[in-house]
Write a protein that binds this ligand. Structure first.
Ligand code: SAH
Length: 240
């Protein structure tokens, strides 16, 4: 079983243009085992089949690398990381990444602490809090090269949670499903207010699956006004 999963990951990654060596495949093995083990006690993911985890979590998380080159020692924050997606797979694939994983639910961070220790990942910081609050903290504001997020909120809301973290010239990347034109259209105004350029839409099918994934990529071109993000809960209740 383990051998088959390694094959799926290695060939899937290679389809995305990424080479994973034996050590990196070991890291994915450990991460997958921990996820399966912890998922028995805590609800971390609805996917419980190892092959599906390899495809719909790990390879899906790596999809970004098909479109964007991440230079050595870039900084990246994963907003609403949950059980570590897409942040942990990106870190395994790009070991030099300076990674921050943000979530408002402490239980998820307890799991991630174990992952970081057992997979022996360096330069990973776990951040507990709401994006609306942490996005106002000076040492997190406008300093990341990349801000990524999957399955957290609609794009108009997500832009307010994510763009404040992004440095000018950096990228905000939202992992979205198929058919998202309307959602992107409805977020253009919010993105503009928050300092983002017009979004670029990139589509792909996740290797070894028929899952269609859309990555919405927004370059930050201007500073986010000090009024944003608004208080926790407001972006969601009253989207820009
Ligand atoms: N990104 C992961 C988890 C998605 S579930 C994945 O794709 O598998 C959404 C996660 O976002 C949850 O863990 C939730 O706690 C977190 N979250 C939602 N709103 C948030 C906010 N405002 N600030 C920080 N985390 C948030």
């Amino acid at each position: 079983m383990a051998g088959m999963l390694r094959g799926i990951l290695a060939s899937g990654a290679s389809e995305l243009g990424i080479h994973l060596d034996e050590k990196q495949l070991d890291a994915f093995d450990i991460f997958t085992s921990l996820l399966l083990e912890w998922n028995k006690k805590f609800n971390l993911t609805r996917i419980t089949n190892p092959e599906e985890i390899a495809i719909k979590h790990h390879l899906d998380s790596l999809a970004l690398l098909k479109f964007v080159e991440i230079p050595h020692s870039s900084s990246l924050i994963d907003v609403g990381t949950g059980a570590g997606f897409p942040g942990i797979p990106l870190k395994i694939a790009c070991p030099e990444l300076k990674l921050k994983l943000l979530d408002s639910v402490r239980k998820k961070l307890v799991f991630l602490e174990v992952v970081v220790e057992k997979v022996m990942l360096k330069d990973v910081e776990l951040v507990h809090g709401r994006a609306e609050d942490i996005g106002r903290v000076q040492s997190y504001r406008e300093c990341f090269d990349f801000v990524v997020s999957r399955a957290v909120a609609r794009l108009n809301v997500l832009a307010e949670l994510c763009l404040p973290f992004c440095r000018i010239g950096g990228l905000f990347v939202a992992y979205k499903g198929a058919h998202i034109e309307e959602e992107v259209e409805g977020a253009q105004r919010a993105i503009g207010i928050l300092g983002g350029e017009k979004p670029i839409i990139n589509e792909l099918v996740i290797p070894h699956s028929d899952v269609r994934r859309t990555l919405v990529i927004v370059r930050k071109c201007r500073s986010t006004p000090a009024a944003y993000p608004r208080k926790a809960g407001v972006p969601e209740r009253n989207p820009l």
